[in-house]
Design a protein around this ligand. Sequence first.
Ligand code: MD3
Ligand code: FE
Length: 204
Amino acid sequence: SLPLAPGLTYYPDYLDRPAQERLLAALREITRQAPLFTPCMPRTGQPFSVRMTNGGRLGWVSDVNGYRYQPTHPETGRPWPAMPEQVLRAWEALSDYPHPPDACLINFYEPAARMGMHQDRDEEEFDAPVVSLSLGDTAVFRYGGLERRDPTRSVRLRSGDAIVFGGPARLIYHGIDRLVPGSSDLLPQGGRLNLTLRKVGKPL
Ligand code: MD3
Ligand code: FE
């Protein structure tokens, strides 16, 4: 693993190819029960270019009414499917946090999708890190500091990589500038899946 900044640790090739294929199979089962939806910006209704779904007790959603975590899918109304075992094992190995995550947000990027710079602050528990797992095409990930104007650096997130944001890195600005087309053959049609594991509420 490589420390990139205080609280920010990068684990290149955390999942080997067979583990990536097993995780992809689990995600296909989740998207069968909880289809990818297109979130939109609060107030404006501008659609995101990334589609999403979730596993776990809670899932992150965004619509004209705002950003929030909720226990059900915004279109089917059903509870989110359970998180894959593999992602719970990754959380136990990487988070250094003594409670399981509440939410596994699954982002799907078509080859032209991107994600603007933002902070993740819809959780109550900032003492827990966010653990990210990447599958499919390489993404150019950009991160900065606690203020939007702070200088930024980029790191390429490849299929199988994990990255953990905790402590002083938990509230940094970050985003995805672009994918690198044709960089992985894991997804037959190209594109990228990113999983982020989160503790949403304060532990009881
Ligand atoms: C830094 N996802 O879902 S993962 C997101 O690749 C998100 O889909 C990106 O940003 C993606 O909110 C980046 C890396 C990541 C995830 C969560 C973070 C970095 C983070 C939370 C706090 C700080
Ligand atoms: Fe984020």
